[in-house]
Design a protein around this ligand. Structure first.
Ligand code: ATP
Length: 680
């Protein structure tokens, strides 16, 4: 709390009330955050800055938050920068009069393009002092880069980057000094890092939310005249309120203006889950035996459902004559046959409506006429029209991702609905699952091969569950989802990997309980028959705290020749000269891959078990290595299963989860002697 006191000296004397937030002020805060390592300190730097924004320029809270969380807009808006390292290098070179070769050389030496920009600006004589950048102008410029398309788009994107970079304050110290500039507040450094998609501040989105809530509570306390520091209870209440609201309505565009207008105490009343704004789905914890499920749900009623192997689909709908408004970007919504608005969102809240026009076209056939608005949680699964059964996931993945025309659809899908989050103007997430399921079954008419309810079974006995698991496998499903059925714990918990949902996958009953989703960072050329393609790959998990990718294994098993060729074609497009500074891997020469990649693709990988290895870095910082040498965890006998196109690299399995899996396994395999190191 001490750091939140309003007595703090004004660090930005040039920033007058009502004036746009200077970008330099935000960068100063970024640099303070970059130098800090404790979450509390990071939160207070953030909160202090928000207090200043609230005091002087509340209209800029929204772009400030967006730049802090490294986003241009909500995920469902689909506004992405879509620029690679080479384009940024080109812009740095052109705006500072340096050749691309020099920029590349610097990048090789420094390893941080942000600092390369600082160095380039330091070498450049300043003819005139440009008008200072503001947070709002930077945000607008970045949106312009993201939305530029059509002929010559790349060139126009470079022009906007150049304009921003020329106005950015590159360097204060005169001569570039890596040790000093590393933690500096240079605008050019943070601008370039934003363009790269990684601010590398260790600033998680939830920390920004907490800081914002603290700042608002302080600001309101000050504004209502009491002039005192708010109570711990008031701060805790503000924090839980903003977190709860954000999980149901992840839209800064709606939440921030509402909070400024009605106050944080009224936030929950003003910002509720609503059709059009996708929420982050609830996720499940892995288990590896039915007995483990029974232990976890001891004395609680639960239900089992088939775990369909398709793509998560959150379907939003508002009928034409509904009193409920469709709140999201209506450009993304599709008009249904009966004049309503509907949209489908992915697990990442990306708009899938253009991928599944066939689902939307038929929607009115399974929505009952008195169902006026809803948000449904479903799995869209490939459907075999002849055999009348579900198709393997691989078939579904052959569908085009965008601009699908109904008449061209070859792989038909069936929607399997398993949860209802909103119905007829009301959020139902807090109701017990049993009630949600009843509402779901009353609101829709199942049609085979179009829309069905997830097959479920409420028996609580081990034999019944085993039988149901066998049935699910026969029905081409991945296994079971077991969910708490009654009581408050059975509510829908958006964005949470909850212990109230457990998954049992058929393949992993004897293994570690779950597969991992890993990012491809590098590759090795194959030998013999595989010499013209990559024969093995270096994979990593993601550490969301440090925003780093931590290597976990080399993999060369599970690929067909055709898949290897496809992967080669895909990956050669994103090769980079060298490892990125946020890739954590052994520095030993013998462990380096032949090529490195941008972090882009996520693959699902199965493993026999996990072991400690000096070569990899996964979870190394979490102290799993009893010798204290920060050795990491690695996978033994990893096997490629499939590409996870629906996951972004920062949604890969988290280092924390890897550590959790390792510890769980360790407690099971204790006393079985040391595991061997992996290789491929
Ligand atoms: P996975 O690789 O297992 O899909 P994940 O991280 O995508 O992992 P999990 O929470 O681990 O997600 O598993 C739940 C996923 O299973 C959901 O995201 C959903 O797409 C799918 N699914 C299939 N059937 C069901 C069901 N009946 N209930 C909930 N989710 C289901």
């Amino acid at each position: 709390q001490t750091t939140l006191k309003s007595k703090a000296k004004d660090p930005y004397p040039d920033w007058k009330p009502g004036e746009p937030v200077p970008y330099a002020a935000l960068c100063t805060t970024f640099s303070l955050i970059e130098m800090a390592s404790k979450r509390l300190i990071i939160t207070s730097h953030c909160a202090l800055f928000f207090r200043q924004v609230l005091r002087l320029t509340p209209a800029d809270v929204l772009p400030t938050v967006l730049l802090m969380v490294n986003k241009l807009a909500a995920d469902y808006a689909g506004i992405e920068l879509g620029i690679g390292e080479s384009l940024i290098m080109k812009a740095i070179g052109e705006s500072t009069g340096r050749s691309l070769a020099v920029i590349k050389q610097d990048q090789k030496e420094i390893g941080d393009l942000g600092l390369v920009a600082v160095k380039s600006r330091a070498n450049q004589p300043t003819m005139f002092k440009p008008k200072p950048l503001t947070v709002k102008a930077v945000h607008e410029g970045l949106v312009k880069i993201a939305t530029t398309s059509g002929n010559g788009a790349q060139g126009r994107k470079v022009d906007v980057i150049k304009k921003l970079l020329s106005a950015a304050d590159g360097h204060k110290a005169g001569k570039f000094d890596l040790t000093v500039d590393k933690g500096g507040a240079s605008e050019a450094k943070f601008l370039v890092r934003f363009l790269e998609g990684k601010l590398r501040l260790g600033l998680a989105e939830r920390t920004v939310l907490v800081a914002l809530s603290q700042a608002i509570v302080c600001h309101e306390t000050e504004a209502n005249g009491s002039g005192k520091v708010p109570s711990t209870e008031a701060l805790a209440k503000g924090e839980s309120s903003i977190k709860q609201v954000f999980s149901n309505l992840p839209s800064y565009d709606i939440i921030i203006p509402a909070m400024l207008e009605h106050g944080i105490a009224n936030l929950q009343a003003n910002c509720k889950l609503q059709p059009g704004i996708p929420l982050k789905p609830m996720l499940a914890k892995p288990t590896k035996a039915i007995t483990e499920v029974l232990d976890k749900f001891e004395n609680q009623t639960f239900t089992c459902e088939y775990k369909y192997d398709g793509e998560r689909a959150q379907i939003h709908y508002v009928a034409k004559d509904s009193p409920q408004q469709y709140r999201g970007a209506s450009t993304a919504a599709t008009e249904t046959a009966t004049g309503g608005l509907a949209a489908i969102f992915s697990r990442n809240s990306e708009d899938l409506s253009k991928k599944y026009p066939d689902i939307l076209e038929k929607l009115n056939t399974w929505v009952k006429s008195d169902t006026k608005s809803f948000v449904l949680d479903c799995e869209s699964v490939g459907w075999d029209m002849v055999e009348k059964k579900v198709l393997p996931f691989q078939q579904l993945m052959t569908r085009k991702r965008k601009d699908v025309k109904v008449e061209d659809v070859k792989v038909k899908v069936c929607v399997f609905a398993f949860d209802l989050l909103f119905l007829n103007g009301e959020a139902v997430v807090e109701k017990p699952l049993r009630e949600r399921r009843e509402l779901l079954q009353r609101a829709f008419t199942p049609i085979e091969g179009e829309f069905q309810f997830a097959t479920s079974m409420d028996g609580q006995e081990i034999d019944e569950i085993q039988q149901f698991l066998d049935d699910s496998v026969k029905a081409s499903c991945e296994g079971l989802m077991v969910k708490m059925l009654d009581g408050t714990e059975s509510s829908y918990e958006p964005s949470k990997r909850s212990r109230n949902w457990l998954k049992i996958k058929k393949d992993y009953l004897a293994g570690i309980g779950d597969s991992l989703d890993l990012v491809v960072l590098g590759a090795y050329f194959g030998k013999g028959k595989r010499a013209s393609v990559y024969g093995a790959f270096l994979l990593a998990c993601y550490n969301s705290n440090s925003e780093t990718y931590e290597t976990i294994c080399n993999i060369g098993t599970g690929f067909s020749e055709a898949v290897l060729e496809e992967l080669y074609a895909q990956l050669k497009e994103i090769t980079i000269d060298r490892s990125k500074p946020f890739y954590l891997h052994s520095t030993s020469n013998q462990h380096q891959p032949d090529v490195w990649f941008e972090p882009k693709y996520v693959w699902e990988v199965k493993t026999a078990d996990l072991t400690i290895s000096p070569r990899y870095k996964a979870g190394g910082k979490e102290g799993v290595d009893p010798s204290g040498e920060e050795k990491g965890i690695s996978l033994r006998f990893p096997r490629f299963i499939k590409m996870r196109d629906d996951k972004k690299p920062n949604m890969a399995t988290n280092s924390r989860q890897v550590v959790e899996m390792y510890r769980k396994q360790e407690s099971v395999t204790k006393n079985k002697g040391p595991a061997a190191d992996d290789d491929f």
